[in-house]
Structures are given as structure tokens and as C-alpha cells.
Design a protein around this ligand. Structure first.
Ligand code: FAD
Length: 644
């Protein structure tokens, strides 16, 4: 084979799973970038895999414009039921019910929808925004980094040679069963070589291609080729627990089949029930008897849906369980690992399952994977369009390795509780106490929802000395900007405040203007506006010359006076630079949807207000007084590049 093509690209994304799609979607919001997006599979089979969509993920989908589709198509998870052995130890009985999510964490709650659908929404969105199209049946063969060029922003230091596979070559083998299943790539049951061999097809003749890239994103899953090329290691542990997964339309007399359930039997293991879209239900079933190969590894050829079902029937006794239709099954062995490096030279990045693997039951993998690329996408986009200082790229590892480690710690606790057997009495220390299980489950909501992630100080999160948290006690610096309802000053329409912060690559300058009927306060707001209008203010200094005034900074104002006593034109023009009618909001009673109490909920003084800087990914960078624009100037000087 010879090289037939060679080209330069800004970004090469390897792997079209959730992490890859999110990266491509973000980059599509930075017009003019050249992005290639490759996937070794032919894209034909798709069932099973991830399904839980957490609150934070829905917020992000909303910011890209497709949360409504997910919300409509998904199954909504509102309640968890706990089932445990009765006194005889022979039957399971319901021992409790709790809401699936703690109140007030987000305007969304967890929903469940198949990963394939989610990827479909991404594809539609990419089309709408002229984003990269997935090039199927394409995989990298070699990657060489020219270290002498990694500090040159104009250079393309990463040379990647691509193979284009023929159709058979890229169609993942169904592993020895007629039913669609995930055994061909199952976590910890398959090693990287076996997964590679599953696709050892013929290359299309003469079709090697060379790509010279500025950035490469390794979104290629648990056996990441990109990660292996860099010589990075996954660090962590593997347990002996093996779980089976069935996606079925069940026939059962179990009363809570449309609830999320945690069912612990006395001796036969546990089942987790996840009701899905349409009439589907997913079962996670702890397998007790597993056939092993001579080397001790699980023999995946011997795992069948019948065996997994039989185990579920035992655990759920006295209830009956069979199925009308089976859509997918798999098995996996729990292991918790994190990669030892998330990037090389801030040019090649490792994201998603390529960087962290754990058990799927807490519904985290797909969500955390997408959030990795949500964290990185705007940073690469900003560096490439010349607005963001490249040193910001190192915050990817800083921010996401912390999340990955937190996830592993969380999963270790969660998986252990799930895989353990219930305590027979208070003295039974080897068993899991019911109270402990309920407690951890409840505590887990906050973590699992994704809204609690907190990024540490860096060039894009101001250190404590530069920010005054007490001005907005419930807008924590380093966390995502939470949402409460505010009304549009012009037309009285209620909006979730966060909804106004689209993922379009812009920073938000949120002006809590306070009481505009108070003369002194109004003067403070006017003074701030005067600064924003100056030739040397950050608004002008960093916004590229070919962009409108609001091309890099989106100003959103929210005041606290009664809406009808204030006019839109009372606000200085600098606070409504081009979209007059969609710039100014108020914390007031709506005609039909109640009062959002935004000032109270955000912990902001309704008289004096404050100024909040929010990153393009909705994380809060700093909170300051309206007068403290110098601090804002200093902050942006540390992370943005002045326009040429
Ligand atoms: P992947 O989805 O693995 O995507 C990687 C892509 O890269 C694949 O398409 C692969 O074909 C491609 N690829 C690999 N190597 C190459 C190469 N060399 N060249 C080109 N392409 C390549 N997560 C949740 O959030 N919620 C859940 O409820 C949930 N449930 C799960 C249930 C099960 C049974 C399983 C197995 C997983 C579950 N997960 C869940 C986890 C979730 O599926 C993964 O965490 C998620 O898919 C990771 O996304 P990713 O994009 O990082 O990797």
C-alpha cells in the first residue's frame, strides 16, 4: 500500500462514541476549523450500551439545542425501590422507596435513553451546524509527534497515518450468538488485542492516507489505540465480580418493573432494574457461576442470555421473569482504572473511556465521557481561533483527572455495595447493611447528577483572593452556573437563566444590576457600562476585529426592581449592545409560572447585585463587585489573547 493522500487538519478526532460526538459538536461551533472525525466500525450494529442521561448532561444538551428531543423520547427516572430478603431469606420484599434524585439539584432529572439515539441527535446537530461527518471504517495505523514543533501554534506536529477498511473489515463480529450483544468489546473480558482482532479485516487497496494535525483527540474507548501509542497506562484495580446485562421486554409479575430497583437476594446476588424507553427494561444481574478459561479469565463464549436470565429468576424469587423480546445482552467484569496522563504536549488528549473505566451501574461512563470533551472542546476551539491563550489547554488535565479520580472512588463504593450480600443481622460485618446502602444511594445522587463537579483555581477559575464568593453565596466559583427562572424585561417571558447561556464559545458577563430604582445603585451600573464601552476594556481588547461587539462576550443583565416600574431603555446601551430585547432580565413574578426568586436563590443582594464571569462551558470563573472591573480585566489578561 502507498500513501494516496496527505492533508493538514486542525483537529483529528479518533472514535465516534459519546466522547467523540461531543467533541465534534463543540468544535462545530467554532466556524472555519478543519476537523476530521474517524471511526473504525462501519456503524451498522447498534443496540445496548449506555442509557442513563444525568442532569448535567441534559443541561449541556440544552445548551446545544437538543435536550428537548432527549426529554421527549427518554424514559424518566423518578423513583428507586429497594428490595431485600424477607426473614426466611427465600423471597425478596420491598423495603423502601426514595426519589431518584435529590430536590433542587437541577431543572432536569435523570432520564434513560439508548446511546444509539443520543449519537443520532449529535449527528443531526452536526449536520445543522456544518460540523464534521463521521468517516466510518477508518482507523489510525501510526502516530508520530514532532516534538520540535509542539510549541509552534502554526505547526501541524502530529502525523497520523490512516487505514481505510473495507466493509467486512470494519463490521464488528457478533460474538457467537444470534442476539445482538456487547461481548465483542466487553469491559475487562476482552483485551485490546482481542478487540483489535475483531476488526482484522482487509484494507481497501492502496488507501493509506496521511493527516498532519494540530491536535488529536483520543476518544477511542477503553482499549484506546491513541493511549497505547503514547505509552500511557491505566492504573487501578479489577474485581472478580462479573455482571450480566439483559435488555428485554419483560413478562413478569414483579410490581416495580417500571421503577429503578436495587434488589438484593440473601445468597444469589443482586439485580438492578432500569426501566427504559418504550417497553424495554434493562437488568444488571450479578453472575454467581461463571465458566472460566484455562488461564482463569472468564470464558465469554459460555455466557448466554439464558444463563443470565436464570440467575435473575433466582434472585427475584418469588416473582417470575421471562421475556417477550430480547434486544441485547452483555457481560462485564468490574474494574476501576484511570489513565496516568491525560495529554501529551497539550496536543494529544485522552478522553472518555480511554481515560477512565468503571462499572456501568451508576450510569456515569457516557456522561463523564461527554463531559470530558465538553470541557476540552471550547478550549481547543478558542486556541485555534486565536482568542484563548494556549496555556489554558493544560486545565483539561487539571480539571478532568480530578473528576476521573472522584468517579473511581465513587464507583468503588457504589459497586461494592451492589455486589455485596445483605447483612443477616447487625453483627454480620461481612454483609452490607440496608441502612448503609440507602444512605450511600441518597448521597450518590449529587455526585451522579454531574452538577456537583468543582474545578480548582487556574487561569480560567479565579483564585479565592480575586473573587468575593459572599456576593453570590449560591453561585460557587468553579462550579456550573445553576439555573433559576428570570423574566425577560421586554416581553415578560420566563426563562431558565442558564438556558440563555448557549454553547457558542462565548464568555458570559452576568450583571446582577440590583435595584435600578435606587439612584446610587443605578449610577454604579452606569459606571460599569461606561467601562465596558471604553476602547481599552476587555470587551474591545479581546474580541476579534471581524466579530461583532458581543462575539466573544455575551452580556446578560438581571435586575431586581419590579418589572413594570423599570423600562428597558433605563439600562445603558453597553448592557444591551446588539440584541436589545434579549439582554435584560428581571427577578419578578411571572404571569403563569410563579416567581423564580433568582436573587434569593443565587444568594445575591437584591439592592447591590454583583458581577459574575461565566466560562463558555457554563462554569463560574469569578464573582466581584460591580466596581471591580479591574479584577475582571486582570483575569482575562491571564487567559485571553488581545486581538491583532
Ligand atoms: P466508546 O463509546 O467506547 O466509543 C469509542 C469509539 O471509538 C467506538 O465507537 C470504537 O469503535 C471507536 N474506536 C476504538 N478504537 C478505534 C480506533 N483505533 N480507530 C478508530 N475508532 C476506534 N454510561 C452511562 O453514562 N450511563 C449508563 O447508563 C451506562 N450504561 C452502560 C451499560 C453497559 C452495559 C455498558 C457496556 C456501558 C455503559 N455505560 C454507561 C458506559 C458507556 O457506554 C461508556 O462509558 C461510553 O460509551 C464511553 O464513551 P466513549 O466515547 O469514551 O467510548
Amino acid at each position: 500500500t502507498t500513501v494516496t493522500k496527505e492533508s493538514n487538519v486542525d483537529v483529528l478526532i479518533v472514535g465516534a462514541g459519546p466522547a467523540g460526538y461531543m467533541a465534534a459538536t463543540w468544535l462545530a461551533r467554532f466556524p472555519g476549523l478543519k476537523v476530521r472525525f474517524i471511526e473504525k466500525r462501519d456503524g451498522k450494529i447498534f443496540a445496548g450500551q449506555a442509557d442513563g442521561i444525568q442532569c448535567r448532561t441534559l443541561e449541556v444538551f440544552q445548551s446545544f439545542g437538543f435536550a428537548d428531543r432527549v426529554w421527549k423520547d427518554a424514559n424518566h427516572m423518578l423513583e428507586i425501590s429497594f428490595w431485600n430478603p424477607d426473614e426466611s431469606g427465600k423471597n425478596v420484599v420491598r423495603t423502601g422507596r426514595i426519589p431518584d434524585m435529590q430536590k433542587g439539584l437541577s431543572r432536569y432529572h435523570q432520564v434513560v435513553l439508548h446511546q444509539g439515539w443520543i449519537e443520532g441527535y449529535f449527528r443531526d446537530n452536526l449536520k445543522k451546524y456544518n460540523g464534521a461527518t463521521v468517516e466510518h471504517s477508518t482507523m489510525p495505523q501510526e502516530m508520530v509527534i514532532d516534538e520540535s514543533k509542539v510549541n509552534d501554534l502554526e505547526a501541524y506536529p502530529i502525523k497520523v497515518t490512516l487505514r481505510h477498511l473495507n466493509e467486512e473489515g470494519s463490521h464488528a463480529e457478533q460474538f457467537g450468538h444470534k442476539v445482538a450483544n456487547g461481548l465483542f468489546r466487553s469491559a475487562n473480558l476482552v483485551n485490546a488485542k482481542e478487540e483489535d482482532n475483531g476488526l482484522a479485516g482487509e484494507d481497501k487497496a492502496e488507501e493509506l492516507e496521511v493527516i498532519n494535525a494540530k491536535y488529536v483527540l483520543g476518544c477511542d474507548g477503553a482499549h484506546s489505540w491513541v493511549r497505547r501509542q503514547l505509552g500511557f497506562q491505566m492504573v487501578g484495580e479489577q474485581t472478580d465480580y462479573v455482571w450480566g446485562v439483559l435488555d428485554i421486554v419483560p413478562i413478569t409479575n414483579f410490581p416495580d418493573i417500571r421503577n429503578r430497583c436495587a434488589i438484593h437476594s440473601a445468597e444469589d446476588g443482586s439485580v438492578m432494574v432500569i426501566p427504559r424507553e418504550n417497553a424495554l427494561v434493562r437488568f444488571y444481574i450479578q453472575m454467581k457461576e461463571i465458566d472460566r478459561q484455562a488461564d482463569g479469565r472468564v470464558d465469554r463464549a459460555k455466557i448466554t442470555p439464558e444463563k443470565i436470565l436464570a440467575q435473575a429468576q433466582k434472585i427475584m424469587h418469588p416473582y417470575t421473569l421471562s421475556y417477550e423480546e430480547i434486544q441485547w445482552f452483555t457481560a462485564y467484569q468490574i474494574g476501576q482504572r484511570v489513565v496516568d496522563n491525560f495529554q501529551a504536549h497539550d496536543r494529544v488528549f485522552i478522553l472518555g473511556d480511554a481515560a477512565h473505566t468503571h462499572s456501568p451501574k451508576a450510569g456515569q461512563g457516557m456522561n463523564v465521557s461527554m463531559m470530558d470533551s465538553y470541557n476540552l472542546g471550547w478550549k481547543i476551539g478558542g486556541v485555534l481561533n486565536g482568542t484563548l491563550n494556549p496555556k489554558v489547554l493544560s486545565t483539561y488535565e487539571l480539571e478532568r483527572s480530578q473528576v476521573a479520580h472522584d468517579l473511581i472512588n465513587f464507583d468503588q463504593k457504589f459497586a461494592k455495595l451492589f455486589s455485596g450480600r445483605p447483612a443477616k443481622s447487625a453483627a454480620d460485618e461481612a454483609g452490607i447493611s440496608l441502612e448503609e446502602f440507602h444512605r450511600v444511594f441518597e448521597l450518590s445522587h449529587k455526585f451522579a447528577s454531574g452538577v456537583d463537579v468543582e474545578y480548582v483555581p487556574s487561569p480560567i477559575v479565579a483564585p479565592a483572593a480575586e473573587t468575593t464568593q459572599s456576593l453570590a453565596t449560591n453561585i460557587p466559583v468553579g462550579k456550573r452556573f445553576n439555573s433559576f427562572k428570570v423574566l425577560n424585561q421586554s416581553d415578560a417571558r420566563p426563562w431558565e437563566f442558564q438556558e440563555l447561556m448557549k454553547s457558542d464559545g462565548r464568555w458570559r458577563i452576568v450583571v446582577f444590576a440590583g435595584d435600578m430604582l435606587d439612584k446610587d445603585q443605578k449610577a454604579r451600573v452606569e459606571k460599569l457600562a461606561e467601562h465596558l464601552d471604553k476602547e481599552d476594556s476587555f470587551m474591545k481588547k479581546y474580541t476579534p476585529a471581524d466579530k461583532p461587539r458581543t462575539g466573544l462576550f455575551h452580556i446578560l443583565t438581571c435586575h431586581s426592581s419590579p418589572r413594570i416600574e423599570v423600562e428597558l431603555h433605563d439600562f445603558p446601551k453597553a448592557l444591551r449592545p446588539d440584541h436589545d430585547y434579549w439582554s435584560v432580565y428581571v427577578d419578578d413574578e411571572s404571569h403563569h409560572e410563579g416567581h423564580g426568586q433568582a436573587y434569593k436563590n443565587y444568594g445575591v443582594d437584591p439592592k447591590r447585585g454583583c458581577l459574575v464571569v461565566v466560562r463558555p462551558d457554563q462554569y463560574v470563573s469569578m464573582v466581584v463587585e460591580l466596581e471591580e472591573v479591574e479584577k475582571v480585566e486582570k483575569f482575562f489578561a491571564g487567559c485571553l489573547v488581545p486581538r491583532k
